[in-house]
Design a protein around this ligand. Structure first.
Ligand code: ASP
Length: 436
Protein backbone atom coordinates (compact mmCIF):
# COMPACT_ATOMS: atom_id res chain seq x y z
CA UNK A 1 0.00 0.00 0.00
CA UNK A 2 1.22 3.47 -0.85
CA UNK A 3 0.98 6.37 1.55
CA UNK A 4 -0.28 9.70 0.34
CA UNK A 5 -0.36 12.91 2.34
CA UNK A 6 -3.15 15.13 1.05
CA UNK A 7 -3.29 18.78 2.04
CA UNK A 8 -6.50 20.72 1.43
CA UNK A 9 -6.29 24.50 1.27
CA UNK A 10 -8.70 27.12 2.57
CA UNK A 11 -10.99 27.29 -0.46
CA UNK A 12 -11.17 23.48 -0.53
CA UNK A 13 -12.57 23.53 3.02
CA UNK A 14 -14.46 26.83 2.96
CA UNK A 15 -17.93 25.41 3.68
CA UNK A 16 -19.97 22.20 4.05
CA UNK A 17 -20.29 21.69 0.30
CA UNK A 18 -16.50 21.75 -0.01
CA UNK A 19 -16.15 19.36 2.93
CA UNK A 20 -18.32 16.87 1.01
CA UNK A 21 -16.10 17.14 -2.08
CA UNK A 22 -13.03 16.62 0.09
CA UNK A 23 -14.53 13.52 1.69
CA UNK A 24 -15.32 12.07 -1.75
CA UNK A 25 -11.75 12.70 -2.87
CA UNK A 26 -10.30 11.05 0.24
CA UNK A 27 -12.64 8.08 0.06
CA UNK A 28 -11.86 7.56 -3.62
CA UNK A 29 -8.32 6.46 -2.73
CA UNK A 30 -7.50 4.58 0.51
CA UNK A 31 -3.84 5.58 0.07
CA UNK A 32 -4.85 9.10 1.12
CA UNK A 33 -4.22 8.36 4.77
CA UNK A 34 -2.83 11.58 6.21
CA UNK A 35 -4.79 14.75 5.61
CA UNK A 36 -3.56 18.26 6.38
CA UNK A 37 -6.22 20.96 6.64
CA UNK A 38 -6.24 24.76 6.35
CA UNK A 39 -8.73 27.10 8.00
CA UNK A 40 -11.87 27.89 5.97
CA UNK A 41 -10.92 30.28 3.18
CA UNK A 42 -13.01 32.48 0.89
CA UNK A 43 -16.32 31.10 -0.44
CA UNK A 44 -16.48 33.89 -3.05
CA UNK A 45 -14.12 36.73 -3.99
CA UNK A 46 -15.70 39.21 -1.51
CA UNK A 47 -15.60 36.76 1.40
CA UNK A 48 -13.16 36.99 4.33
CA UNK A 49 -10.85 34.09 5.29
CA UNK A 50 -11.36 32.76 8.82
CA UNK A 51 -7.67 33.43 9.57
CA UNK A 52 -8.25 37.10 8.67
CA UNK A 53 -11.33 37.21 10.94
CA UNK A 54 -9.22 35.77 13.75
CA UNK A 55 -6.55 38.37 13.10
CA UNK A 56 -9.20 41.09 13.44
CA UNK A 57 -10.37 39.48 16.72
CA UNK A 58 -6.82 39.52 18.03
CA UNK A 59 -6.09 43.11 16.93
CA UNK A 60 -9.26 44.36 18.60
CA UNK A 61 -8.72 42.35 21.80
CA UNK A 62 -5.07 43.45 22.03
CA UNK A 63 -6.17 47.09 21.64
CA UNK A 64 -8.77 46.62 24.40
CA UNK A 65 -11.64 47.00 21.92
CA UNK A 66 -14.78 44.87 21.53
CA UNK A 67 -14.17 41.79 19.37
CA UNK A 68 -17.58 40.10 19.67
CA UNK A 69 -18.74 40.89 16.11
CA UNK A 70 -15.62 39.27 14.60
CA UNK A 71 -15.73 36.31 16.99
CA UNK A 72 -19.40 35.79 16.11
CA UNK A 73 -18.46 35.75 12.44
CA UNK A 74 -15.88 33.03 13.17
CA UNK A 75 -18.46 31.04 15.16
CA UNK A 76 -20.98 31.35 12.31
CA UNK A 77 -18.51 30.05 9.72
CA UNK A 78 -17.87 26.89 11.73
CA UNK A 79 -21.48 26.66 12.93
CA UNK A 80 -22.73 26.40 9.35
CA UNK A 81 -20.36 23.51 8.65
CA UNK A 82 -21.24 21.66 11.87
CA UNK A 83 -24.95 22.02 11.20
CA UNK A 84 -24.97 21.17 7.50
CA UNK A 85 -22.86 18.06 8.06
CA UNK A 86 -24.79 17.02 11.19
CA UNK A 87 -21.60 16.78 13.27
CA UNK A 88 -21.66 16.16 16.99
CA UNK A 89 -19.11 18.78 18.00
CA UNK A 90 -18.82 21.04 21.08
CA UNK A 91 -18.44 24.23 19.01
CA UNK A 92 -19.99 26.56 21.61
CA UNK A 93 -17.42 25.38 24.20
CA UNK A 94 -14.56 25.93 21.78
CA UNK A 95 -15.72 29.45 20.91
CA UNK A 96 -16.19 30.18 24.60
CA UNK A 97 -12.60 29.04 25.30
CA UNK A 98 -11.36 31.37 22.55
CA UNK A 99 -13.44 34.23 23.97
CA UNK A 100 -11.88 33.63 27.41
CA UNK A 101 -8.38 33.67 25.89
CA UNK A 102 -9.10 36.89 23.99
CA UNK A 103 -10.45 38.53 27.14
CA UNK A 104 -7.23 37.82 29.06
CA UNK A 105 -3.77 38.46 27.71
CA UNK A 106 -4.21 37.15 24.15
CA UNK A 107 -1.36 35.66 22.12
CA UNK A 108 -1.45 36.43 18.42
CA UNK A 109 -0.15 33.09 17.17
CA UNK A 110 -2.52 31.15 19.37
CA UNK A 111 -5.55 33.11 18.16
CA UNK A 112 -4.53 32.77 14.50
CA UNK A 113 -4.01 29.02 14.86
CA UNK A 114 -7.61 28.38 15.94
CA UNK A 115 -8.89 28.38 12.34
CA UNK A 116 -6.78 25.34 11.42
CA UNK A 117 -7.38 23.73 14.82
CA UNK A 118 -11.16 23.88 14.58
CA UNK A 119 -11.41 23.05 10.88
CA UNK A 120 -9.17 20.02 11.27
CA UNK A 121 -11.13 18.76 14.24
CA UNK A 122 -14.33 19.10 12.20
CA UNK A 123 -12.81 17.30 9.23
CA UNK A 124 -11.47 14.52 11.46
CA UNK A 125 -14.93 14.06 12.99
CA UNK A 126 -16.54 14.06 9.55
CA UNK A 127 -14.12 11.47 8.13
CA UNK A 128 -13.86 9.37 11.29
CA UNK A 129 -10.07 9.94 11.32
CA UNK A 130 -7.84 10.65 14.34
CA UNK A 131 -7.17 14.36 14.94
CA UNK A 132 -3.47 15.18 15.38
CA UNK A 133 -2.78 18.50 17.09
CA UNK A 134 0.52 19.91 15.74
CA UNK A 135 0.98 21.62 19.08
CA UNK A 136 2.56 18.32 20.15
CA UNK A 137 4.55 17.39 17.08
CA UNK A 138 5.41 20.42 14.89
CA UNK A 139 8.37 21.97 16.68
CA UNK A 140 9.59 25.57 16.78
CA UNK A 141 12.64 26.94 18.56
CA UNK A 142 12.46 29.69 21.17
CA UNK A 143 12.86 32.38 18.50
CA UNK A 144 9.79 31.11 16.63
CA UNK A 145 11.72 29.39 13.85
CA UNK A 146 10.51 26.02 12.64
CA UNK A 147 12.79 23.15 13.69
CA UNK A 148 12.63 20.90 10.61
CA UNK A 149 14.73 17.92 11.78
CA UNK A 150 13.04 17.78 15.19
CA UNK A 151 9.60 18.07 13.57
CA UNK A 152 10.38 15.23 11.21
CA UNK A 153 11.20 12.95 14.13
CA UNK A 154 8.29 13.98 16.34
CA UNK A 155 5.68 14.15 13.62
CA UNK A 156 6.88 10.80 12.25
CA UNK A 157 6.52 9.23 15.70
CA UNK A 158 3.02 10.69 16.05
CA UNK A 159 1.77 9.56 12.64
CA UNK A 160 3.41 6.18 12.14
CA UNK A 161 1.17 4.21 14.53
CA UNK A 162 -1.98 5.68 12.96
CA UNK A 163 -3.91 4.26 10.04
CA UNK A 164 -5.48 7.64 9.19
CA UNK A 165 -5.26 11.13 10.62
CA UNK A 166 -6.14 14.76 10.05
CA UNK A 167 -3.33 17.12 11.03
CA UNK A 168 -4.00 20.82 11.48
CA UNK A 169 -1.80 22.94 9.22
CA UNK A 170 -0.03 26.25 9.81
CA UNK A 171 1.05 25.93 13.46
CA UNK A 172 3.03 24.05 16.06
CA UNK A 173 4.57 24.99 19.38
CA UNK A 174 7.94 25.90 20.87
CA UNK A 175 9.71 24.09 23.71
CA UNK A 176 7.93 26.24 26.28
CA UNK A 177 4.59 25.02 24.91
CA UNK A 178 3.61 28.31 23.25
CA UNK A 179 1.69 27.91 20.02
CA UNK A 180 3.63 29.33 17.06
CA UNK A 181 2.32 29.90 13.56
CA UNK A 182 4.18 29.75 10.28
CA UNK A 183 3.98 32.56 7.73
CA UNK A 184 0.69 32.90 5.85
CA UNK A 185 -0.16 29.97 3.64
CA UNK A 186 1.93 27.77 5.95
CA UNK A 187 -0.35 24.71 5.81
CA UNK A 188 1.50 23.83 2.60
CA UNK A 189 4.62 23.54 4.75
CA UNK A 190 2.88 21.32 7.32
CA UNK A 191 1.80 19.02 4.47
CA UNK A 192 5.35 18.82 3.23
CA UNK A 193 6.72 18.13 6.72
CA UNK A 194 4.14 15.37 7.25
CA UNK A 195 5.02 13.78 3.89
CA UNK A 196 8.72 13.88 4.78
CA UNK A 197 8.13 12.61 8.33
CA UNK A 198 6.48 9.40 7.15
CA UNK A 199 8.39 9.07 3.87
CA UNK A 200 5.16 9.30 1.92
CA UNK A 201 5.07 8.15 -1.69
CA UNK A 202 3.30 11.32 -2.76
CA UNK A 203 2.33 14.74 -1.38
CA UNK A 204 -0.94 15.93 -2.89
CA UNK A 205 -1.72 19.61 -2.52
CA UNK A 206 -5.41 20.22 -3.22
CA UNK A 207 -6.35 23.78 -4.09
CA UNK A 208 -8.65 25.74 -6.41
CA UNK A 209 -6.62 25.54 -9.63
CA UNK A 210 -5.70 22.54 -11.77
CA UNK A 211 -1.98 23.10 -11.36
CA UNK A 212 0.60 25.49 -12.60
CA UNK A 213 -0.11 27.43 -15.78
CA UNK A 214 2.60 27.88 -18.38
CA UNK A 215 1.91 31.66 -18.46
CA UNK A 216 -0.15 34.30 -16.67
CA UNK A 217 -3.79 33.82 -17.83
CA UNK A 218 -4.31 37.59 -17.63
CA UNK A 219 -1.83 37.95 -20.48
CA UNK A 220 -2.12 34.72 -22.48
CA UNK A 221 -5.60 33.41 -23.24
CA UNK A 222 -6.14 29.92 -21.86
CA UNK A 223 -2.51 28.91 -21.24
CA UNK A 224 -1.84 25.22 -20.89
CA UNK A 225 -1.27 23.52 -17.56
CA UNK A 226 2.25 22.35 -16.89
CA UNK A 227 2.18 18.58 -16.45
CA UNK A 228 5.61 18.13 -14.91
CA UNK A 229 7.94 20.68 -13.41
CA UNK A 230 11.18 20.16 -11.49
CA UNK A 231 11.69 21.51 -7.98
CA UNK A 232 14.27 23.93 -9.41
CA UNK A 233 12.00 25.17 -12.15
CA UNK A 234 9.23 25.70 -9.62
CA UNK A 235 11.57 27.78 -7.49
CA UNK A 236 12.20 30.12 -10.44
CA UNK A 237 8.50 30.31 -11.28
CA UNK A 238 7.62 31.14 -7.65
CA UNK A 239 10.32 33.78 -7.53
CA UNK A 240 8.78 35.33 -10.63
CA UNK A 241 5.41 35.48 -8.93
CA UNK A 242 3.62 32.23 -9.76
CA UNK A 243 2.07 31.36 -6.42
CA UNK A 244 0.74 27.82 -6.24
CA UNK A 245 2.70 26.68 -3.23
CA UNK A 246 4.39 28.22 -0.19
CA UNK A 247 8.10 28.50 -1.06
CA UNK A 248 9.15 26.67 2.13
CA UNK A 249 7.02 23.68 1.17
CA UNK A 250 9.45 22.37 -1.43
CA UNK A 251 12.58 21.64 0.57
CA UNK A 252 11.35 18.97 3.04
CA UNK A 253 9.97 16.77 0.25
CA UNK A 254 12.58 17.52 -2.41
CA UNK A 255 15.27 16.32 -0.01
CA UNK A 256 13.58 12.92 -0.03
CA UNK A 257 12.50 12.96 -3.66
CA UNK A 258 8.79 12.85 -2.79
CA UNK A 259 6.73 14.25 -5.70
CA UNK A 260 4.20 17.02 -5.08
CA UNK A 261 0.99 16.86 -7.08
CA UNK A 262 -1.03 20.09 -7.28
CA UNK A 263 -4.71 19.19 -7.71
CA UNK A 264 -8.05 20.98 -8.00
CA UNK A 265 -10.75 20.07 -5.43
CA UNK A 266 -13.43 21.33 -7.84
CA UNK A 267 -12.04 19.24 -10.72
CA UNK A 268 -10.57 16.06 -9.24
CA UNK A 269 -10.58 14.49 -12.71
CA UNK A 270 -7.73 16.82 -13.77
CA UNK A 271 -4.23 15.37 -13.33
CA UNK A 272 -2.81 18.72 -12.21
CA UNK A 273 0.89 19.50 -12.07
CA UNK A 274 3.45 17.13 -10.61
CA UNK A 275 6.63 18.57 -9.16
CA UNK A 276 9.50 16.11 -9.34
CA UNK A 277 13.25 15.97 -9.29
CA UNK A 278 13.41 13.90 -12.49
CA UNK A 279 10.76 13.09 -15.05
CA UNK A 280 9.24 9.62 -14.80
CA UNK A 281 10.46 7.18 -17.44
CA UNK A 282 8.75 7.52 -20.79
CA UNK A 283 7.56 11.07 -20.16
CA UNK A 284 8.96 13.58 -22.57
CA UNK A 285 8.98 17.21 -21.81
CA UNK A 286 9.03 20.38 -23.87
CA UNK A 287 12.33 22.21 -23.48
CA UNK A 288 10.40 25.21 -22.15
CA UNK A 289 8.04 24.65 -19.25
CA UNK A 290 6.70 28.13 -18.78
CA UNK A 291 7.26 31.84 -18.90
CA UNK A 292 6.88 34.32 -16.07
CA UNK A 293 8.26 37.73 -15.21
CA UNK A 294 8.37 40.82 -13.09
CA UNK A 295 8.11 44.50 -13.86
CA UNK A 296 9.81 47.31 -11.94
CA UNK A 297 13.45 46.61 -12.75
CA UNK A 298 16.39 48.91 -13.41
CA UNK A 299 19.69 48.16 -15.08
CA UNK A 300 22.97 49.81 -14.12
CA UNK A 301 25.76 49.59 -16.63
CA UNK A 302 29.34 50.29 -15.65
CA UNK A 303 31.99 50.40 -18.36
CA UNK A 304 35.69 50.81 -18.10
CA UNK A 305 38.31 49.93 -20.65
CA UNK A 306 40.31 46.92 -19.48
CA UNK A 307 37.79 46.03 -16.77
CA UNK A 308 38.39 42.39 -17.55
CA UNK A 309 42.09 42.81 -16.75
CA UNK A 310 41.55 44.84 -13.63
CA UNK A 311 41.25 42.27 -10.90
CA UNK A 312 38.69 43.07 -8.29
CA UNK A 313 36.60 45.53 -10.31
CA UNK A 314 33.41 43.44 -10.09
CA UNK A 315 34.20 42.52 -6.50
CA UNK A 316 34.38 46.21 -5.52
CA UNK A 317 31.10 46.84 -7.34
CA UNK A 318 29.37 44.03 -5.47
CA UNK A 319 30.94 45.19 -2.21
CA UNK A 320 29.37 48.62 -2.69
CA UNK A 321 25.96 46.98 -3.02
CA UNK A 322 26.56 44.66 -0.09
CA UNK A 323 27.56 47.48 2.25
CA UNK A 324 24.36 49.27 1.33
CA UNK A 325 22.41 46.03 1.79
CA UNK A 326 21.08 46.52 -1.70
CA UNK A 327 20.30 43.15 -3.27
CA UNK A 328 20.67 42.66 -7.00
CA UNK A 329 18.73 40.30 -9.23
CA UNK A 330 21.43 39.60 -11.78
CA UNK A 331 25.04 40.54 -12.40
CA UNK A 332 26.36 40.16 -15.92
CA UNK A 333 29.98 40.75 -16.68
CA UNK A 334 31.39 41.22 -20.13
CA UNK A 335 34.61 42.48 -21.60
CA UNK A 336 34.96 45.92 -20.06
CA UNK A 337 31.38 46.08 -18.74
CA UNK A 338 29.48 45.09 -15.64
CA UNK A 339 25.69 45.11 -15.80
CA UNK A 340 23.52 44.92 -12.70
CA UNK A 341 19.80 44.32 -12.60
CA UNK A 342 18.22 45.83 -9.47
CA UNK A 343 14.65 46.26 -8.33
CA UNK A 344 13.63 49.88 -9.02
CA UNK A 345 11.82 50.33 -5.69
CA UNK A 346 15.01 49.38 -3.80
CA UNK A 347 17.25 51.49 -5.99
CA UNK A 348 15.15 54.68 -5.97
CA UNK A 349 15.90 55.86 -2.39
CA UNK A 350 19.69 55.58 -2.78
CA UNK A 351 20.24 56.08 -6.51
CA UNK A 352 22.22 59.34 -6.41
CA UNK A 353 24.40 58.29 -3.49
CA UNK A 354 25.07 54.92 -5.09
CA UNK A 355 26.12 56.50 -8.38
CA UNK A 356 28.38 58.90 -6.50
CA UNK A 357 30.07 56.04 -4.72
CA UNK A 358 30.53 54.02 -7.92
CA UNK A 359 32.16 57.07 -9.57
CA UNK A 360 34.45 57.62 -6.56
CA UNK A 361 35.54 54.05 -6.10
CA UNK A 362 35.64 52.75 -9.68
CA UNK A 363 36.14 55.81 -11.81
CA UNK A 364 34.24 54.28 -14.74
CA UNK A 365 34.44 55.50 -18.33
CA UNK A 366 30.67 55.21 -18.57
CA UNK A 367 27.92 54.80 -15.97
CA UNK A 368 24.41 54.33 -17.30
CA UNK A 369 20.97 53.62 -15.93
CA UNK A 370 17.97 52.16 -17.76
CA UNK A 371 14.69 52.20 -15.89
CA UNK A 372 11.18 50.80 -16.44
CA UNK A 373 12.34 47.38 -17.44
CA UNK A 374 10.81 43.99 -16.84
CA UNK A 375 12.63 40.69 -16.41
CA UNK A 376 11.21 37.61 -18.02
CA UNK A 377 12.27 34.10 -17.11
CA UNK A 378 11.87 31.42 -19.76
CA UNK A 379 11.83 28.35 -17.59
CA UNK A 380 12.90 24.86 -18.44
CA UNK A 381 15.83 22.62 -17.60
CA UNK A 382 17.06 22.17 -21.12
CA UNK A 383 19.57 19.63 -22.13
CA UNK A 384 22.19 20.50 -24.70
CA UNK A 385 20.24 19.24 -27.71
CA UNK A 386 17.30 21.47 -26.96
CA UNK A 387 19.28 24.52 -25.95
CA UNK A 388 18.42 26.12 -29.28
CA UNK A 389 15.02 26.79 -27.67
CA UNK A 390 16.67 29.91 -26.25
CA UNK A 391 17.73 31.00 -29.71
CA UNK A 392 14.14 30.60 -30.91
CA UNK A 393 12.90 32.76 -28.04
CA UNK A 394 15.33 35.57 -28.84
CA UNK A 395 14.59 35.32 -32.56
CA UNK A 396 10.84 35.49 -31.92
CA UNK A 397 11.26 38.60 -29.77
CA UNK A 398 13.42 40.26 -32.41
CA UNK A 399 10.90 39.37 -35.15
CA UNK A 400 8.13 41.07 -33.17
CA UNK A 401 10.31 44.12 -32.63
CA UNK A 402 10.51 43.71 -28.83
CA UNK A 403 13.79 45.37 -27.76
CA UNK A 404 16.02 43.04 -25.75
CA UNK A 405 17.85 45.01 -23.12
CA UNK A 406 19.64 42.12 -21.39
CA UNK A 407 19.83 38.37 -22.00
CA UNK A 408 21.27 35.99 -19.47
CA UNK A 409 21.69 32.26 -19.78
CA UNK A 410 23.84 30.47 -17.23
CA UNK A 411 25.79 27.34 -18.03
CA UNK A 412 23.20 25.30 -16.10
CA UNK A 413 20.60 26.25 -18.74
CA UNK A 414 17.90 26.24 -16.10
CA UNK A 415 16.40 29.33 -17.58
CA UNK A 416 16.92 32.24 -19.86
CA UNK A 417 16.38 35.67 -18.35
CA UNK A 418 15.49 38.46 -20.75
CA UNK A 419 15.14 42.14 -19.90
CA UNK A 420 12.59 44.03 -22.03
CA UNK A 421 10.95 47.45 -21.62
CA UNK A 422 8.00 47.39 -19.24
CA UNK A 423 5.59 48.59 -21.90
CA UNK A 424 6.46 45.56 -24.06
CA UNK A 425 6.23 43.07 -21.17
CA UNK A 426 2.85 41.61 -22.12
CA UNK A 427 3.83 41.40 -25.82
CA UNK A 428 7.02 39.60 -24.88
CA UNK A 429 5.21 37.06 -22.70
CA UNK A 430 2.77 36.30 -25.54
CA UNK A 431 5.54 35.99 -28.11
CA UNK A 432 7.57 33.66 -25.89
CA UNK A 433 4.53 31.58 -24.96
CA UNK A 434 3.84 31.06 -28.66
CA UNK A 435 7.25 29.36 -29.01
CA UNK A 436 6.44 26.75 -26.33
N1 ASP B 1 -4.94 29.82 7.20
C1 ASP B 1 -3.62 30.31 7.00
C2 ASP B 1 -3.65 31.49 6.04
O1 ASP B 1 -4.72 31.94 5.67
C3 ASP B 1 -2.67 29.25 6.57
C4 ASP B 1 -3.04 28.48 5.33
O2 ASP B 1 -4.14 28.58 4.82
O3 ASP B 1 -2.16 27.74 4.84
O4 ASP B 1 -2.62 31.98 5.68
Amino acid sequence: MRTVVAKFGGTSLADAAQFRKVRDIIQADPDRRFIVASAPGKRCPEDVKVTDLLLECYDKAAAGEAFEAELDAVGRRFGEIVEALGLDFPLADEIQALRAHLSGDPRRDYVLSRGEYLNSRLLAAYLGFTFVDPEWCVCFDETGRLDGPMTRRTLGAALRPLQNAVIAGFYGADMAGNVRTMTRGGSDVTGSLAAAAIHADLYENWTDVSGLLAADPHIVADPKTVKYVSYRELRTLSYMGASVLHTDAVLPVSDLDIPINIRNTDRPQDAGTTIVRKLPRGETKYPIVGVAGRKGMSVIQVEKVMVSDESGFTAIMLDILKNRQLPFEQCLTGIDTVTLVIRSDLLAPCKDELFGEIRDKLNPDYLGLTENLSMIAVIGERDTESSDANVQVLQALAREGVPINTANQGAGKLNLLVGVPEDRYEDAIRVIYATI
